[in-house]
Design a protein around this ligand. Structure first.
Ligand code: HEC
Length: 131
């Protein structure tokens, strides 16, 4: 009896995964920011940003790091409010996870999911809150 129950539960979980696309990455793309606007999270992200992202995106996130001129496309300027408000947190998370345009490397495997959200929260602090 218990075995049947287990099989039923396993089948249901399998069905849910199938409906969800089976893909952890696509699941993450839909996932919401677990701590939006959290300044402690943003501060953790800042330390990572200086180390891993500033070479391209610049220390102030203006897209003008020392490597920027060597790249095929300009790094995103995180201080450009008019652009930043068109992008959602999952878009940024996805970009960090998978990389962008064959230029920005994927950070999947190098950073934890929490660290990637910390970076999302940090780049959100780089442009003015109102126009
Ligand atoms: C080798 C240079 C390089 C490094 C290192 C780099 N980036 Fe990027 N990043 C880019 C470029 C170039 C783009 C724009 C690519 C494009 O045009 O699609 C970009 C785009 C992005 C975007 C996408 C914005 C959007 O429109 O959705 C995010 C977010 C981002 N970077 C965050 C980061 C973070 C956080 C780090 C550090 C963990 C980082 N990047 C490291 C070059 C880099």
């Amino acid at each position: 009896m218990r075995a049947w129950l287990l099989i039923l539960v396993a089948a249901l979980v399998g069905l849910l995964l199938l409906l969800g696309g089976c893909d952890w990455a696509s699941f993450s793309k839909r996932a919401a920011n677990p701590y939006p606007g959290d300044l402690a999270s943003a501060a953790r992200g800042q330390a990572l940003f200086f180390e891993l992202c500033a070479p391209c995106h610049g220390l102030q996130g203006k897209g003008d790091g020392p490597l920027a001129a060597t790249l095929k496309a300009p790094p995103t300027d995180f201080t450009d409010r008019s652009y930043m408000v068109t992008r959602g947190d999952p878009d940024f998370f996805w970009g960090i996870l998978r990389g962008r345009g064959g230029i920005m490397p994927p950070f999947q495997g190098r950073l934890s999911e929490a660290e990637m959200w910390d970076l999302v929260n940090y780049v959100r602090t780089l442009y003015p809150a109102s126009p």
